[in-house]
Design a protein around this ligand. Sequence first.
Ligand code: DOR
Length: 311
Amino acid sequence: MQLTANIQNHHFDHILLNAAGVMCQTNEELNTVLSSSYTGAVVTKSATADHRPGNPAPRYYELPNHLGTINSMGLPNEGFNYYLDYVSTNPSQKPIFFSIAGLSKQENLDMLHQLQNSDFDGLIELNLSCPNVPGKPQTAYDFEATQQILSEAFAFFKKPLGVKLPPYFDIVHFDMIADILNQFPLAFVNTINSIGNGLVIDEDSDTVVIKPKGGFGGIGGTLVKATALANVRALRQRLNADIKIIGTGGVTTGRDVYDHILCGADLVEVGSQLAIEGITVFDRLERELTAILEEKGYQSLEEVRGQLKVL
Ligand code: DOR
């Protein structure tokens, strides 16, 4: 079974990869994702211009009963140059997504300028949806700011660029964000980031489970699957066909991957479950997905992609 996809001139031999933030902060972690036989690519930890230690610990917590995770990492990363060095020296044939999350519009534009002027020939993901930097809003909830940064970026940026979006919860918001995104030659959109500013309470101690922001943090894993699927589906229905979709959120089984594809995802990213299970999750998910496709008599993902039925 061929489980492949394309974004512009980049070919992916497998549709699974890590979600930004998980197993992608250091060279060793990035190499681990790339060297799996079941990943199609790797995405780097969202970079800021300078190295950041991130928020104080504890800043990540796994909920009981496989419900999911809450995190308020606060963009710990090695700094833009570290990832630029990594991608410049990496011998892997797999495409790399270089993720950036500047703390201001100017910081993002500066990093994009450097990427434009570099030899990097992969894809760039502009993260407009980090919920965890105190005092910094999630840009993509501000439609004017989103339109503005994309206008300024595409005035000079010519490499394959996509955006990482937060979840939207209102049909009007799906319409509004799609109207903006369709004005630009985006290579892809990645939906969803964690559901921002959830709150988890430990029942024994009556306390929050993470320290930053009084316990508020981004929710991932099983809890967010329905929201992720809705966002993939709603955007696939609204975006120009040449904007590909990366589905992220709530993937713990092959069936979850299959559901993302049904809703229109081209690639599927794994965040919480990769953190919980480790690199072998990709092997398991691909086997489970293949079994579903075979049982249903499909030869390729093309027969499934976007084919969700409605009543
Ligand atoms: O849930 C998230 N956590 N999303 C991001 O975009 C960044 C990350 C963090 O570092 O806090």
